[in-house]
Design a protein around this ligand. Structure first.
Ligand SMILES: [Zn+2]
Length: 97
């Protein structure tokens, strides 16, 4: 269950991400890019890397729940493409003369 009242928003001053309280104790994390997600996804992508976790709203495992695999990799990350760079030029035949 969340700690944010339905209809209100809380912003993590460290991560700059907003968490919205929904009816029934649910919460929705508003990312700056992409679809809204869960606290677990927020933690997987942002909050686990923060240098001052005591200032982060999202460090309580009992509130964020278990992180799923696709919380890390389910959507393209917002920090740019990282695949393909090493995949080019691999199919050349050996030189012969
Ligand atoms: Zn945070």
């Amino acid at each position: 269950m969340g700690t944010i009242l339905p209809g209100t928003l809380k912003r993590c001053s460290l991560c700059q991400v907003e968490i919205r309280g929904l009816a029934g104790g649910q919460e929705q994390v508003i990312f700056s890019q992409g679809a809204p997600g869960t606290r677990a996804k927020l933690w997987a992508r942002v909050c686990q890397y923060v240098k001052e976790p005591q200032r982060c709203l999202n460090q309580d495992v009992t509130q964020r729940g278990a992180v799923q695999v696709d919380d890390f990799y389910g959507e393209p990350p917002s920090f740019g493409p990282f695949e393909g760079a090493g995949a080019l030029g691999g199919g050349e035949p050996p030189a012969s003369n």
